[in-house]
Ligand binder design. Sequence first.
Ligand SMILES: [Zn+2]
Length: 215
Amino acid sequence: MFINTHTHLQLYDAKIELVNLHVDSTEKANLYSYGLHPWYLDKETYEAQLGKLEVIAHEKRCIAIGECGLDKLSKVDFDFQEKVFVEQIKIANKINKPLIIHCVKAFNELINCLNLNDNKVPVIVHGFNNNENIARVMVNEGYYFSFGKALLGYESNAAKAIKNVGRKNFFLETDDADLSIKYVYRKAAEILGVDEEIIKQQIQSNFETVFKMQL
Ligand SMILES: [Zn+2]
């Protein structure tokens, strides 16, 4: 089966699609995640949104918190980003659901926030396309990776990282790209030099472990 671990649109081409929804969205999907993205934080509304998140995160079909995280390229004040991220780490740990992470140029700060707040839930760094050193540090922290369209680029960081992170540590996604997850699977199989069936079984097993589900 195909599993799309992070998408903003329902594409209906995978058995499992984990659809990222905004807390104010009235849309529903079979499985979804809710979170406050570091690009769209607002000092006027964040408290209400966090309050809402704390309630709706309990929904059975909401299986992860996120995407949330830190982004040095965001116009939002960085200290404020950290504050809102920490609140989301706390919510995820209170209800024991994994975190889907958006992180740009702030990996040290990300690790600090998670460790200082005694994070115990699985961490999935989505859209990973960073260098080997960062990948290694993340592997040592026990984080998971979700790779998407960057895999399609020639000799991308993502393509190098997927070979090094270990088969039990990764997922595949389409994020906001208008792309079939099937192409991402095909490309991952090609890069890793294995049959696509192996990738399917591995990701299914990873998904079952991280989300405590039997598929
Ligand atoms: Zn996304």
